[in-house]
Design a protein around this ligand. Structure first.
Ligand code: KIV
Length: 271
């Protein structure tokens, strides 16, 4: 019913770069199936992420660690069936890019089997070679820095990252190294707004944030959080956009315009 309705041009890596250059905020959101992909796309999001957060939102798990390539490919194909105008970004699951060979093999599967237009992988400078090889092979990559949920047990919990000067400097330099290696986008999760602002200024590629303050080039949130259907508490960095909306599409449109107009995130969503 929704497929093909949008008459606007598809979002591409090049158009995201132009948005950064023009200072136009990028609005990104997760989706995991055809119907919600169609609704979020009709609401005007720029990037749909099929995130490994599906471990929680779709499978009811406590972490993302058990999510497989097959899970992500299945959900990405469902989203791709909506033929969104938004760019389709798909997560690389835990340990799927532990070696450069793994990254190339699994990155190729995401492009060929899942319909990904960009892959996202967690990790800092240790991913530079994988990013460089993927990029050289024509695979657009988003590098996920800051809180990396796949390392939750190593980190000892879901904690804000980059709080002290050394960690902040390391994050800025990792972001620079990944962008120089060919990453087309950087995602920052749960980092102090001041650090996210530094990263955004220092790299030429778009930087999107979740819990990273208002000074990034764009924002990304989890669909279930903005619809207020995540069991338990909405995370500090998110907002229930159903509060003032009558429909799901209305809530997503409210999120998109709040991002575009700089009304989200507010200081209360920021670390
Ligand atoms: O998997 C996911 O949904 C993510 C977001 C937290 C950005 O990586």
């Amino acid at each position: 019913m929704y497929a093909g309705e949008s008459r606007k041009r598809p979002v591409t890596v090049a158009s995201l770069a132009k948005m950064k250059a023009a200072g136009d905020k990028i609005a990104c959101l997760t989706a995991y199936d055809y119907s919600f992909a169609a609704v979020t796309d009709a609401a005007g999001v720029d990037v749909i992420l099929v995130g490994d957060s599906l471990g929680m939102t779709m499978q009811g798990r406590e972490t993302t660690l058990s999510v497989t390539m097959e899970d992500l490919i299945y959900h990405a194909r469902c989203v791709a069936a909506a033929r969104p105008r938004a760019l389709l970004m798909v997560d690389m699951p835990f340990m799927s890019h532990a070696t450069v060979d793994d990254a190339l093999r699994n990155g190729a599967r995401m492009m060929k089997e899942a319909g990904a237009q960009m892959i996202k992988l967690e990790g800092g400078r240790e991913q530079v070679e994988a990013v460089s090889r993927l990029s050289g092979a024509g695979v657009p990559v988003c590098a996920h820095l800051g809180l990396q949920p796949q390392s939750v047990h190593k980190l000892g919990g879901y904690r804000v990252q980059g709080k002290d000067a050394a960690a902040a400097d390391a994050m800025v330099s990792d972001a620079r190294a990944l962008a120089e290696a060919g990453a087309d986008m950087i995602l920052l999760e749960c980092v102090p707004a001041t650090v996210a602002a530094r990263v955004t200024q220092e790299v030429s590629v778009p930087v999107i944030g979740i819990g990273a303050g208002a000074d990034t080039d764009g924002q990304i949130l989890v669909l279930q959080d903005i619809l207020g259907i995540t069991p338990g508490k909405t995370p500090k960095f998110s907002h229930d956009f159903m509060d003032d909306a009558e429909t799901i599409q209305g809530a997503v449109e409210a999120y998109v315009s709040a991002v575009r107009e700089g009304r989200f995130p507010l200081p209360e969503h920021t670390f």
